[in-house]
Design a protein around this ligand. Structure first.
Ligand SMILES: Nc1ncnc2c1ncn2[C@@H]1O[C@H](COP(=O)(O)OP(=O)(O)OP(=O)(O)O)[C@@H](O)[C@H]1O
Length: 388
């Protein structure tokens, strides 16, 4: 049983392609995905009837090259299981997984090892550092496993240590570092093997808020500088919005919505998502590309200009300063304008997007624009967004 997930494909070349993925724990797990009746039961009913837990249920998505793909959801929603299935650290029950078009489920042990060591490195919450080794040797560890010669691996480890801001600490043991520094070592170790994809499993959830923010900045910086593909698990909405090009929001093993932060905040797929994003300041997530209206003839020629990716919050500042509607300009072309009415509509929540792609009026009489009518961010090159 495979249902289509809106927004599951990327505009760029996919690194991972996942289709109809299931992971069921428990006796005779393999009968659940093929049985629509059992597959439709909620978690408690399924456990009562079969003794099984469906941790991942019929999930489909693509991760684009250069994308930061966030898997978000409450504890127990299936995030870790889903991401571990990507490299078969957990064996899927049904569905297909491909990396660069290669069937992951068909890989033999050697190929799988190669996948985990070279192509998709994991960064864990509990660092997994070797306590008796120095920072440098911990970072070089992945290269050692790969059989890289000592001089070469030390040289590469040194470069990565500098990249994550640990210069001068090369000879310390993990126990002599703070939590944030230890996580930098974990990150450096994953980076040292130069993987195509970095998989992060709640890497920062044990860190205190300020250090956590530092590490998020680090990920944003690394992504900007290197454009590396990242899959990032978090249960923290703010972290998801800060880091994600797209977010898959999970509930009870299913992806309930997959979209850009703007789509998730601006057009929640259901009441669950709406409740989840209720307190997010919309003006910091929504862009003027979504909020704009067509320009009248004279409006296209004057007034302050702003890029389509600018947030509504930035546009409010520009409108307040100039007193005029702001022109949304792309390559010298005026795409539309945002005026105070539009901007207030976003802040007040009367201007929302729906799924179908047409403009409609809300109850309050404010026009609202829909998802397909707006351009969603593509994976590559958008970098990460600074929000909330
Ligand atoms: N080995 C296992 N055997 C049985 N059930 C499992 C196993 N691993 C996970 N589960 C169940 O699968 C569901 C999803 O677990 P998972 O760890 O993927 O969730 P999560 O969203 O990553 O949670 P958290 O944020 O707490 O890490 C949960 O109900 C969990 O109890």
């Amino acid at each position: 049983m495979t249902t289509s997930t809106p927004g599951k494909t990327t505009a760029v070349e996919p690194v991972f392609s996942v289709e109809g993925l299931w992971k069921v724990f428990g006796p005779k797990a393999e009968r659940i995905p093929g049985d629509p009746e059992l597959g439709a039961l909620n978690a408690a009913e399924l456990r009562a009837r079969t003794g099984c837990t469906a941790a991942v249920r019929d999930v489909s998505f693509e991760v684009g090259k250069g994308e930061v793909f966030v898997v978000m959801g409450l504890s127990g929603s299936g995030k870790s299981t889903l991401v571990r299935c990507l490299t078969r650290l957990i064996e899927p029950t049904a569905g297909t997984i491909a990396i660069d078009g290669e069937d992951v489920r068909a890989m033999d042990a050697t190929r799988l090892r190669e996948l985990r060591r070279h192509r998709a490195s994991m960064v864990f919450q509990h660092f997994g550092l070797l306590p008796h080794r120095s920072v440098l040797d911990n970072v070089a560890y992945g290269l050692e496993i790969q059989g890289v010669a000592k001089d070469e691996r030390r040289k590469r480890a040194q470069e990565v240590v500098a990249k994550v801001g640990l210069e001068g600490m090369e000879q310390r043991r993990p126990g002599q570092l703070s939590g944030g520094q230890q996580q930098r070592v974990g990150l450096a170790r994953a980076l040292a093997v130069d993987p195509e994809v970095l998989l992060f499993d709640e890497p920062f959830s044990a860190l205190d808020p300020l250090i956590r923010r530092d590490m998020q900045e680090e990920v944003i910086r690394l992504h900007r500088e290197e454009g590396r593909t990242m899959v990032f698990i978090t249960h923290d909405l703010n972290e998801a919005l800060r880091l994600g090009d797209r977010i898959a929001l999970m509930r009870d093993g299913r992806v309930v919505q997959l979209g850009t932060p703007e789509e998730i905040v601006g057009s929640p797929a259901d009441d669950y998502v709406r409740e989840f994003v209720r307190d997010v300041p919309r003006e910091q997530v929504m862009t003027v590309r979504t909020a704009m209206r067509p320009a009248d003839a004279d409006e296209a020629e004057r007034g302050p200009a702003i890029a389509p990716e600018a947030t509504v919050s930035e546009a409010i500042e520009a409108v307040a300063r100039s007193g005029f509607p702001v022109r949304v300009m792309d390559d010298g072309r005026c795409l539309g304008v945002v005026d105070h009415e539009r901007l207030l509509g976003v802040v007040a929540g009367t201007y929302t997007k729906t799924a179908a792609g047409t403009e409609s009026k809300t109850a309050a009489g404010t026009e609202s624009k829909t998802a397909a009518g707006t351009e969603s961010k593509t994976a590559a090159g958008t970098g990460s967004k600074e929000v909330v």
